[in-house]
Design a binder for this molecule. Structure first.
Ligand SMILES: *Cc1c(COP(=O)(O)O)cnc(C)c1O
Length: 216
Protein backbone atom coordinates (compact mmCIF):
# COMPACT_ATOMS: atom_id res chain seq x y z
CA UNK A 1 0.00 0.00 0.00
CA UNK A 2 1.07 3.55 -0.78
CA UNK A 3 2.94 5.31 2.10
CA UNK A 4 0.59 8.25 2.14
CA UNK A 5 -2.45 6.06 2.57
CA UNK A 6 -0.66 4.14 5.30
CA UNK A 7 0.25 7.35 7.10
CA UNK A 8 -3.34 8.52 6.87
CA UNK A 9 -4.77 5.24 8.17
CA UNK A 10 -2.35 5.23 11.08
CA UNK A 11 -3.58 8.62 12.19
CA UNK A 12 -7.21 7.67 11.71
CA UNK A 13 -6.78 4.45 13.69
CA UNK A 14 -5.00 6.26 16.49
CA UNK A 15 -7.90 8.69 16.74
CA UNK A 16 -10.52 5.96 16.57
CA UNK A 17 -8.75 3.99 19.31
CA UNK A 18 -9.18 7.03 21.51
CA UNK A 19 -12.82 7.16 20.44
CA UNK A 20 -12.10 10.45 18.67
CA UNK A 21 -13.69 11.26 15.33
CA UNK A 22 -12.62 14.69 14.14
CA UNK A 23 -12.59 15.49 10.44
CA UNK A 24 -9.03 14.99 9.22
CA UNK A 25 -8.09 17.80 6.86
CA UNK A 26 -5.18 16.43 4.84
CA UNK A 27 -2.99 19.51 4.36
CA UNK A 28 -1.49 19.12 0.90
CA UNK A 29 0.20 22.53 0.51
CA UNK A 30 3.45 22.48 -1.51
CA UNK A 31 2.78 18.97 -2.82
CA UNK A 32 1.77 18.40 -6.44
CA UNK A 33 -1.44 16.59 -7.28
CA UNK A 34 0.41 13.40 -8.31
CA UNK A 35 1.67 13.11 -4.75
CA UNK A 36 -1.79 13.65 -3.26
CA UNK A 37 -3.72 11.58 -5.77
CA UNK A 38 -3.40 8.16 -4.07
CA UNK A 39 -5.25 9.49 -1.03
CA UNK A 40 -8.02 10.94 -3.20
CA UNK A 41 -8.31 7.65 -5.06
CA UNK A 42 -8.40 5.81 -1.75
CA UNK A 43 -11.51 7.81 -0.96
CA UNK A 44 -10.43 10.62 1.33
CA UNK A 45 -12.17 13.80 0.30
CA UNK A 46 -11.09 16.55 2.69
CA UNK A 47 -7.98 18.60 1.87
CA UNK A 48 -6.37 21.81 3.09
CA UNK A 49 -4.26 24.42 1.34
CA UNK A 50 -2.78 27.67 2.60
CA UNK A 51 -2.44 29.70 -0.60
CA UNK A 52 -5.22 30.65 -2.97
CA UNK A 53 -3.13 30.74 -6.16
CA UNK A 54 -1.45 27.42 -5.53
CA UNK A 55 -4.76 25.80 -4.67
CA UNK A 56 -6.46 27.13 -7.78
CA UNK A 57 -3.85 25.64 -10.05
CA UNK A 58 -3.88 22.35 -8.21
CA UNK A 59 -7.56 21.79 -7.49
CA UNK A 60 -9.77 23.72 -9.95
CA UNK A 61 -10.08 20.92 -12.49
CA UNK A 62 -10.27 17.96 -10.17
CA UNK A 63 -12.91 19.68 -8.07
CA UNK A 64 -15.19 19.80 -11.08
CA UNK A 65 -14.55 16.12 -11.65
CA UNK A 66 -15.07 14.93 -8.07
CA UNK A 67 -18.08 16.79 -6.74
CA UNK A 68 -17.78 15.83 -3.09
CA UNK A 69 -14.19 16.97 -2.61
CA UNK A 70 -14.12 19.41 0.30
CA UNK A 71 -11.42 22.08 0.23
CA UNK A 72 -10.34 24.09 3.26
CA UNK A 73 -8.34 27.30 3.13
CA UNK A 74 -6.25 27.23 6.30
CA UNK A 75 -3.80 30.04 5.55
CA UNK A 76 -4.13 33.78 5.94
CA UNK A 77 -6.29 35.48 3.34
CA UNK A 78 -5.91 38.98 1.93
CA UNK A 79 -9.15 40.82 1.25
CA UNK A 80 -8.29 41.25 -2.43
CA UNK A 81 -8.25 37.45 -2.86
CA UNK A 82 -11.58 36.90 -1.09
CA UNK A 83 -13.57 36.33 -4.27
CA UNK A 84 -11.15 33.72 -5.64
CA UNK A 85 -11.14 32.00 -2.26
CA UNK A 86 -14.93 31.87 -2.03
CA UNK A 87 -15.06 30.48 -5.54
CA UNK A 88 -12.79 27.54 -4.76
CA UNK A 89 -12.95 26.71 -1.05
CA UNK A 90 -15.81 25.13 0.86
CA UNK A 91 -14.41 26.28 4.19
CA UNK A 92 -12.22 29.25 5.04
CA UNK A 93 -10.48 29.03 8.42
CA UNK A 94 -8.83 32.43 8.51
CA UNK A 95 -11.52 35.08 8.94
CA UNK A 96 -9.89 37.65 11.21
CA UNK A 97 -11.09 41.14 10.34
CA UNK A 98 -14.20 43.12 9.48
CA UNK A 99 -12.57 44.13 6.22
CA UNK A 100 -12.13 40.50 5.18
CA UNK A 101 -15.61 39.54 6.36
CA UNK A 102 -16.98 42.33 4.23
CA UNK A 103 -15.17 41.10 1.11
CA UNK A 104 -16.24 37.50 1.75
CA UNK A 105 -19.83 38.58 2.07
CA UNK A 106 -19.64 40.57 -1.17
CA UNK A 107 -18.07 37.59 -2.92
CA UNK A 108 -20.82 35.24 -1.70
CA UNK A 109 -23.41 37.62 -3.06
CA UNK A 110 -21.70 38.10 -6.39
CA UNK A 111 -21.14 34.37 -6.89
CA UNK A 112 -24.43 33.35 -5.32
CA UNK A 113 -22.72 30.78 -3.09
CA UNK A 114 -22.70 30.25 0.67
CA UNK A 115 -19.52 28.96 2.32
CA UNK A 116 -18.57 27.97 5.85
CA UNK A 117 -16.08 29.88 7.96
CA UNK A 118 -13.93 29.66 11.03
CA UNK A 119 -12.76 32.80 12.77
CA UNK A 120 -9.04 32.56 13.50
CA UNK A 121 -8.08 33.70 16.98
CA UNK A 122 -4.60 34.89 17.85
CA UNK A 123 -4.48 32.86 21.06
CA UNK A 124 -0.77 33.43 21.65
CA UNK A 125 -1.03 37.20 21.20
CA UNK A 126 1.78 37.01 18.66
CA UNK A 127 2.32 40.25 16.80
CA UNK A 128 3.33 38.58 13.53
CA UNK A 129 0.51 36.07 13.45
CA UNK A 130 -2.85 36.45 11.76
CA UNK A 131 -5.98 35.96 13.81
CA UNK A 132 -8.24 38.34 15.66
CA UNK A 133 -7.24 39.53 19.13
CA UNK A 134 -9.32 37.91 21.85
CA UNK A 135 -10.71 41.25 23.01
CA UNK A 136 -12.07 41.87 19.53
CA UNK A 137 -13.55 38.43 18.94
CA UNK A 138 -17.04 39.16 20.19
CA UNK A 139 -17.45 42.25 18.00
CA UNK A 140 -16.06 40.50 14.94
CA UNK A 141 -18.43 37.56 15.39
CA UNK A 142 -21.36 39.94 15.70
CA UNK A 143 -20.47 41.68 12.45
CA UNK A 144 -19.85 38.39 10.60
CA UNK A 145 -23.10 36.80 11.68
CA UNK A 146 -25.57 39.65 12.01
CA UNK A 147 -24.44 42.05 9.32
CA UNK A 148 -22.47 40.01 6.82
CA UNK A 149 -24.60 36.86 7.11
CA UNK A 150 -21.55 34.60 7.01
CA UNK A 151 -22.02 31.08 8.35
CA UNK A 152 -19.45 30.99 11.12
CA UNK A 153 -19.15 27.39 12.27
CA UNK A 154 -16.41 27.82 14.84
CA UNK A 155 -13.03 29.13 15.89
CA UNK A 156 -9.56 28.21 14.68
CA UNK A 157 -6.12 28.67 16.21
CA UNK A 158 -2.45 28.05 15.57
CA UNK A 159 -0.70 28.05 18.96
CA UNK A 160 2.77 29.62 19.24
CA UNK A 161 5.30 27.37 17.57
CA UNK A 162 7.63 26.77 20.51
CA UNK A 163 5.30 26.29 23.45
CA UNK A 164 2.99 23.65 24.89
CA UNK A 165 -0.19 23.85 22.79
CA UNK A 166 -2.52 22.43 25.44
CA UNK A 167 -3.31 25.69 27.30
CA UNK A 168 -4.09 27.31 23.95
CA UNK A 169 -6.38 24.47 22.90
CA UNK A 170 -8.19 24.81 26.22
CA UNK A 171 -8.50 28.53 25.70
CA UNK A 172 -9.97 28.07 22.23
CA UNK A 173 -12.41 25.50 23.63
CA UNK A 174 -13.52 28.00 26.27
CA UNK A 175 -14.05 30.73 23.68
CA UNK A 176 -15.90 28.33 21.40
CA UNK A 177 -18.24 27.34 24.22
CA UNK A 178 -18.82 30.96 25.25
CA UNK A 179 -19.92 31.82 21.75
CA UNK A 180 -22.00 28.63 21.30
CA UNK A 181 -20.12 27.58 18.19
CA UNK A 182 -20.33 23.92 17.13
CA UNK A 183 -16.96 23.38 15.40
CA UNK A 184 -13.34 23.89 16.33
CA UNK A 185 -10.27 23.79 14.06
CA UNK A 186 -7.07 23.01 15.93
CA UNK A 187 -4.24 20.47 15.99
CA UNK A 188 -1.50 19.73 13.46
CA UNK A 189 0.95 16.85 12.88
CA UNK A 190 2.63 17.25 16.26
CA UNK A 191 -0.40 17.70 18.47
CA UNK A 192 -3.59 16.46 16.82
CA UNK A 193 -4.29 13.87 19.52
CA UNK A 194 -4.23 16.52 22.23
CA UNK A 195 -6.38 18.80 20.11
CA UNK A 196 -8.92 16.08 19.39
CA UNK A 197 -9.09 15.12 23.06
CA UNK A 198 -9.81 18.74 23.87
CA UNK A 199 -12.67 18.92 21.43
CA UNK A 200 -11.29 19.69 17.96
CA UNK A 201 -13.84 18.80 15.29
CA UNK A 202 -11.34 19.56 12.51
CA UNK A 203 -7.65 18.71 12.72
CA UNK A 204 -5.20 19.92 10.06
CA UNK A 205 -2.52 17.35 9.36
CA UNK A 206 0.11 17.84 6.67
CA UNK A 207 3.62 16.46 7.09
CA UNK A 208 2.55 13.38 9.03
CA UNK A 209 0.52 12.31 5.99
CA UNK A 210 2.43 13.65 3.00
CA UNK A 211 6.00 13.81 4.35
CA UNK A 212 8.43 16.63 5.02
CA UNK A 213 7.87 19.82 3.06
CA UNK A 214 10.87 21.39 1.37
CA UNK A 215 9.21 24.79 0.98
CA UNK A 216 6.55 26.91 2.66
C1 LIG B 1 0.82 23.75 7.21
C2 LIG B 1 -0.28 23.93 8.16
C3 LIG B 1 -0.78 22.83 8.89
C4 LIG B 1 -0.20 21.43 8.79
O1 LIG B 1 1.04 21.40 9.40
P1 LIG B 1 1.79 20.01 9.71
O2 LIG B 1 2.62 20.32 10.88
O3 LIG B 1 2.56 19.68 8.50
O4 LIG B 1 0.75 19.01 10.00
C5 LIG B 1 -1.85 23.05 9.74
N1 LIG B 1 -2.40 24.27 9.89
C6 LIG B 1 -1.96 25.34 9.22
C7 LIG B 1 -2.62 26.66 9.42
C8 LIG B 1 -0.88 25.21 8.34
O5 LIG B 1 -0.44 26.29 7.67
Amino acid sequence: MNDIIQNFLKIRDELHHGNLHPTIIAVSKTFPLEHIRPLIDYGHKVFGENKVQEAKIKWSNIKKEIKDLELHLIGGLQSNKAKEAVELFDYIHSVDSVKLANELSKAEEKLQIKRKYFVQVNVGKESQKSGVAMEELFDLLKVCVNEKKLEIVGLMCIPPYDSDPIPFFKLLKKLNTEHHLPKMSMGMSGDYMDAAELGATHIRVGSKIFGVRTSQ
